[in-house]
Design a binder for this molecule. Structure first.
Ligand code: ADP
Length: 321
């Protein structure tokens, strides 16, 4: 395994160019070169498009010199000035490159030039489930079964390798060209190095964050936080918005604490789907089902579970009957 291998050394950016006017540096970091070169392996990547940006990275589509299409995640060295930022990126790289599962975004290479750190990743052509949900408004239960099984499978692999993702949400679930789910963004993932170890850092995304992360700062949290997020994901897939969603973050946290969510009355949701969400969104992490329990739930056997989802489902409701 690659866990434990030393991360690439990241050197400080050279002060080669004069500083840009303040507003420029803030709003638009300079674009990476149109041909990005991995000097140590002598691989050339030609930039062919922009895929998106997150908290600290921009992601582009590239073609390598063999013509393979990939995604490249670019982190500017300017954003890695603090020790904390570097440690965080090293952790992400170390964890992500150690994962090999068909439903996890593949991590190919990591290298740097004078300005940026680059990670080449499996290209997920159909974008994230967040964007797909925006177009579709909501998914059918057969689709939710397929997406959920893939997420639970990937997450189970991580847990059996002592990795907690800690930021499972629709925006971090990507789709490849065959509508297979690929879990991505390991920026908040944690490796549990000692059995029974509990994490104390408050992290996650408000809508998907487990109650013990917010309210149990004494005991901390562990693997069960991913199960919680998976419950939130199931509700969000079939209803179209997260269960605890509301205007301000404080109110979201209050709802999470009080387990306050509703099923819209005008929506047809199967008893099995409701029951599974209720089983998962349990305040006490010790009482929450494990990923095995979730995979065994009646929801997955109570209706159609298609062997794949057609590409047209990116834009409109498929018919599985
Ligand atoms: P950050 O860690 O900064 O939040 P992300 O990993 O979430 O960055 O990526 C930011 C955006 O880039 C995503 O929302 C998505 O639109 C796009 N993206 C990331 N990884 C891929 C990929 N492997 N294939 C296609 N698009 C991607």
């Amino acid at each position: 395994g690659v866990i434990g291998s030393a991360p690439h050394k990241i050197t400080e950016a050279q002060p080669s160019s004069p500083p840009l006017p303040r507003q420029n540096t803030k709003t638009a970091p300079p674009s990476p070169p149109s041909v990005i070169v991995d000097k140590t392996k002598n691989i050339f990547y030609t930039r062919t498009g922009f895929l998106g940006e997150g908290g600290f990275a921009r992601v582009y589509e590239v073609k390598d010199d063999k013509g393979n299409r990939q995604a490249i995640k670019v982190v500017t060295k300017a954003s890695l000035k603090t020790k904390k930022a570097k440690t965080k990126l090293y952790a992400e790289i170390k964890i992500h490159r150690s994962i090999q599962h068909p439903n996890v975004v593949k991590f190919f290479e990591c290298f740097e030039d004078s300005d940026n750190v680059y990670m080449t990743l499996e290209l997920c052509e159909a974008g994230s489930l967040m964007e797909t949900l925006r177009r579709r408004k909501r998914f059918t239960e057969p689709e939710a079964r397929v997406f959920m099984i893939q997420v639970v499978g990937a997450c189970n692999w991580m847990h059996s390798h002592q990795i907690i993702h800690r930021d499972l949400k629709l925006g971090n679930l990507f789709l490849d060209s065959n509508m297979n789910v690929k879990v991505g963004d390991f920026g908040l993932a944690a490796l549990i190095e000692n059995p029974g170890e509990r994490k104390k850092t408050i992290c996650g995304t408000p809508n998907y964050i487990a109650p013990e992360i917010l309210f149990d700062t004494v005991n901390g949290h562990s693997f069960e936080v991913d199960a919680w997020s998976i419950g939130v994901i199931l509700y969000t897939l079939i209803i179209g918005r997260p269960p605890f969603q509301t205007k301000d973050v404080k109110a979201i946290y209050k709802r999470i604490r009080d387990n306050m969510y509703e099923w819209p009355v005008d929506r047809e949701v199967s008893v099995e789907a409701r029951t599974l969400v209720q089983r998962i969104l349990i305040q006490d992490p010790n009482d929450r089902p494990t990923l095995y329990d979730i995979a065994d739930d009646a929801f997955f056997t109570s209706g159609t579970c298609p062997s794949f989802i057609p590409i047209m489902a990116r834009d409109s409701m498929p018919n599985f009957s």
